[in-house]
Design a protein. Structure first.
Length: 269
């Protein structure tokens, strides 16, 4: 199953990279083909305006991957900066950063992200990913702080200090390599959670991205086009929903594969 997860994730990445250049998207409404069924010309039927659903899925995949992976990258970067700085600095700096982390952890993230999305104009996936990342890093930062504090008392760190190796050497050559597996796992899980949060916010209509974005497709299908109540519109609703579920499930399998690779207790012997 782990290989299936990597294969599905790779397929999504390839579709996002090359699909929009290979499959044209005709944004012109063709109302005479409204909610047309599956056919050779329309593999997944058409939407409320007669536009091809499969082409929308392909062109919208790039937005979804950019939102997911940019959220993961920004959140890991912030958590790494805060967590490691807090653990290494100690004292007043540690207390201040821990207090900031606690404040972020006590604030309900989704309602606040929804409010900020409505207040600030979000016009591209990277900006949306940064907005989501601002509320996705605190838990990881706290865990990284604890790990680095524990790591400072291990033998290999003590040996590096006795050999008078600099703090930068200890940080990048001794501490950081031991954090990579944990960071990789959390990057995947944050990216997966970002999809749920972004789709939820887009379904509320707070971030009006392009109509082919999967979250916008769900919003249009469920609330604005009547596809939720029309039998012939069910495919337009189910297509982005199935794609989101498949992408999230592939990330779950990839995360499990990463955890199994780096944790000897989970490896089959």
């Amino acid at each position: 199953m782990k290989r299936i997860g990597w294969a599905v994730l790779l397929a999504f990445i390839l579709v996002a990279l090359f699909g929009p250049g290979l499959i044209p998207l005709d944004g012109t409404p063709h109302y005479e083909e409204r909610f047309a069924p599956m056919s050779w010309n329309h593999w997944l039927g058409t939407d409320y305006a007669g536009r091809d659903v499969w082409a929308q899925l392909v062109h919208g995949s790039r937005d979804i991957l950019l939102i997911a992976f940019s959220t993961g990258a920004f959140a890991v970067l912030i958590a790494l900066l805060v967590g490691v700085t807090s653990a290494l600095a100690g004292g007043a700096v540690d207390a201040l950063l821990v207090g900031c982390v606690d404040v972020f952890l006590t604030v309900p993230s989704f309602p606040l992200m929804a409010i900020l999305s409505a207040l600030f104009r979000v016009g591209d996936p990277i900006t949306f990913g940064l907005l989501l990342a601002l509320w996705s890093w605190p838990g990881l930062a706290r865990s990284l702080r604890a790990q680095v504090q524990s790591m400072q008392h291990r033998e290999f760190i003590e040996v590096a200090r006795l050999m008078r190796m600099g703090n930068w050497h200890i940080l990048w050559r001794e501490i950081f390599p031991n954090l990579v597996p944990y960071l990789s796992l959390n990057f995947i899980m944050i990216a997966r959670n970002a999809i749920t949060a972004s789709v939820g916010i887009m379904m509320l209509g707070l971030v009006p991205l392009r109509v082919e974005n999967w979250g916008m497709m769900l919003n249009l299908a469920a609330f604005q086009s009547g596809a939720l109540f029309l039998p012939q519109g069910k495919l337009y609703l189910l297509a982005p929903l199935t794609a989101i579920i498949a992408f999230q499930y592939s990330l779950i399998l990839v995360a499990a594969s990463i955890e199994e690779h780096f944790d000897p207790r989970l490896q089959r012997g």
